[in-house]
Design a protein around this ligand. Structure first.
Ligand SMILES: Nc1ncnc2c1ncn2[C@@H]1O[C@H](COP(=O)(O)OP(=O)(O)OP(=O)(O)O)[C@@H](O)[C@H]1O
Length: 235
């Protein structure tokens, strides 16, 4: 079976008031899916539904038995009283990870040029450093399924390149990845398939040529799929 099957009839922040509706897709091994949509379209809400963090959901979210999920939120979240490295030790203890996982963590942190900051508090890091720390925390647990909200936010070009390489490596090992991003040209190059969300509904789903066809722009790009007028301030 797929790593994740999502079938949301309706879900939202208030009982019986759906912010998102009719969203269904699945993620298989080695698949990288891009979730695309304007600000306020419902991408983060869809992720919250998958993580079972919404007060109200009608539908079904099925995970492959025993599969491990890592989620990287849009805004980095750290424990105030722990240093960067203590976060890794804490997660390793809670998840009963082998010593090998901590070695892998050190390797990712070195590549992200965070080795000199292991014993500092992430609350004092720059935005990009905080984001890299979160990415390393998600990756070192070796999840089967990775859900990432805006992974490129705040990353400098070399960190972006490194992240792209790491995601590619994870995918080649059979991991499934769901990524929300506004960086459309990168998404278009990297992702196997796309989910286009507009006003809380799934406007299109499939490979690039399929979503472009469904958006009525067979010769366009992902930009053509976004109704750029569809911002939250529209009444
Ligand atoms: N905690 C919340 N309570 C009530 N409504 C919310 C909450 N969070 C988001 N919403 C609303 O749900 C709708 C979808 O928001 P969501 O955060 O899913 O958008 P998004 O596609 O992730 O946007 P962005 O690209 O800006 O991150 C918006 O109208 C937003 O105002």
């Amino acid at each position: 079976m797929a790593l994740l099957e999502v079938n949301i009839q309706q879900a939202g922040y208030q009982m019986n008031k759906g912010t998102i509706a009719n969203i269904d897709f699945s993620i298989g091994q080695g698949e990288l899916i891009g979730m695309i949509g304007a600000n306020g379209a419902g991408k983060s809400t869809t992720i919250k539904a998958i993580l079972d963090e919404l007060p109200f959901i009608e539908g079904e979210i099925l995970r492959a038995e025993g599969s491990k999920l890592s989620y990287i939120p849009e805004r980095p979240l750290y424990y105030q009283e722990l240093t960067l490295w203590e976060h890794f030790e804490f997660v390793a203890a809670v998840e009963e990870l082998e010593e090998e996982a901590l070695r892998y963590a050190k390797d990712i942190l070195r590549q992200f040029r965070l080795s000199a900051h292991l014993h500092e508090f992430p609350g004092n890091f720059s935005k990009g450093m905080q984001q890299k720390g979160m990415l390393a925390l998600a990756l070192f647990t070796k999840p089967d399924l990775l859900i990432i909200d805006e992974p490129f936010m705040g990353l400098d070009p070399s960190s972006t390149k490194l992240l792209l390489d790491l995601l590619e490596e994870e995918r080649s090992k059979g991991k499934g990845i769901l990524m929300c991003t506004h960086i459309l040209d990168t998404a278009q190059r990297m992702c196997d398939s796309f989910i286009i969300i507009e006003k809380g509904r799934m406007k299109a789903r499939g490979r690039l040529d399929e979503v472009l066809e469904q958006c009525g722009a067979p010769d366009g790009s992902l930009y053509s799929c976004l109704d750029l007028e569809d911002e939250e301030d529209e009444e």
